[in-house]
Design a protein around this ligand. Structure first.
Ligand code: NDP
Length: 337
């Protein structure tokens, strides 16, 4: 049983020394337990937070602890009612080949799901995050303008496509011309701006001639700076993620603009609301799943996945995810087990 454990807490960006691959025995499933073999491991930005012991909404991973993570696995041996060998399940095995489970929090996907790994993306946590954050906090009305960054990732791409279904103008922000071209031609965004461009803020203003009604916040930093002046009165800002800050070791240099920001929020009556998907909206998951399945079936939602082979390649793939190297939802096909 190969496991990736936290070797040291990263200072700034994780490095090749952050995680260590160890090998041990495959655990045996006693009474009331099942043995799960990991097929796909989801790589998600929140995992950077788990590597840190700074205060957060979830406990940090212990040093030498197995990195947590959402997985699709196959049942090998089962003494749990409702789960049979060969069933594919959505589970939380973490970064390892095998895990034991008593079935709590595990969803049975059946013997032959059409796209098992999608349970980690469009049909799972990221897709649900996009749907809930946009519909419950963003609450866009037809004709309004939505801006979303990390526009080709699983959250951003879904936010934008739902925005189009709801009749909005959608402006994406992504890193580089290939991602921007994809957001417009394949995902149907009205425009997509490269945040690496020198005149990014000017381009964003031109692409949002009627201002911005919903800013779905995924990244923070320079992108947030560019969007705030464009927000319309009564704009809504679902605060989903701040990936540009996850590797930061200190606050940016001044001047301190906190009071300027609060002034904008006050004068424009902006609603800014953070959320943690399952804490806040878990009760809506079935509603999401029904609506999203129908959209996928009718071709209204596209989904791009980037599958990387080998558990041993997960650390490098994760470092790349934080740098924007991924193009679509990144999953590891765990292999060799
Ligand atoms: P992505 O697959 O989109 O990966 C992250 C992307 O962020 C990168 O590909 C890159 O895209 C972009 N990025 C990285 N650094 C920067 C930067 N400095 N400036 C601008 N963009 C940057 O991730 P997800 O779709 O899985 O997640 C998107 C966001 O949603 C994250 O912030 C995540 O933490 C958050 N999230 C929050 C949840 C919640 O419950 N609140 C649940 C799930 C996700 P590009 O190359 O286009 O810049």
């Amino acid at each position: 049983n190969r496991q990736l454990v936290l070797a040291e807490r990263p200072k700034g960006a994780p490095t090749k020394d952050t995680l260590r691959l160890i090998e041990g025995q495959v655990p045996s499933a006693g009474a009331g337990l099942m043995l799960l073999r990991t097929e796909f491991l989801s790589l998600d930005p929140y995992m950077r937070g788990r590597m840190s012991d700074a205060p957060s909404y979830a406990a940090p991973v212990e040093i030498n602890g197995v990195m947590p993570g959402g997985t699709v696995a196959q049942v090998v041996i089962s003494q749990v009612k409702g789960f049979a060998p060969g069933d594919h399940v959505l589970s939380f095995n973490g970064w390892q080949d095998y895990a034991l489970s008593d079935g709590a929090g595990v969803t049975n996907l059946g013997q032959s799901p059409a796209h098992p790994s999608w349970a980690l993306g469009i049909m799972g946590m990221p897709g649900f995050t996009a749907w809930a954050g946009l519909t419950q906090i963003g609450a866009p009305k037809p004709g309004e303008t939505i801006v979303v960054a990390a526009a080709t990732g699983p959250v951003g791409a879904t936010v934008g496509q739902i925005g189009k279904i709801l009749g909005c103008r959608v402006v994406g922000i992504a890193g580089g011309p290939d991602k921007c071209a994809y957001a417009v031609s394949e995902l149907g965004f009205d425009a997509c701006i490269d945040h690496k461009a020198d005149d990014f803020a000017e381009q964003l203003a031109v692409a949002s001639p009627d201002g911005v009604d919903v800013y779905f916040e995924n990244v923070g930093g320079k992108v947030l700076d560019g969007v705030i002046p464009l927000l319309n009165p009564n704009a809504r800002v679902p605060v989903c993620g701040l990936i540009s800050q996850y590797n930061a070791t200190s606050l940016p240099d001044g001047p301190d603009r906190m009071n300027w920001l609060m002034g904008q929020i006050l004068r424009k009556k902006i609603k800014l609301q953070g959320f943690i998907i399952f804490d806040d909206f878990g009760h809506l998951y079935q509603e999401f799943a029904k609506e999203m399945s129908a959209w996928i079936e009718s071709g209204k939602i596209q989904y791009r996945e980037e599958v990387i082979d080998g558990l041993e390649n997960a650390p490098e793939a994760f470092i790349g995810l934080l740098n924007g190297e991924n193009f679509g939802k990144r999953v590891i096909r765990v292999g060799r087990n």
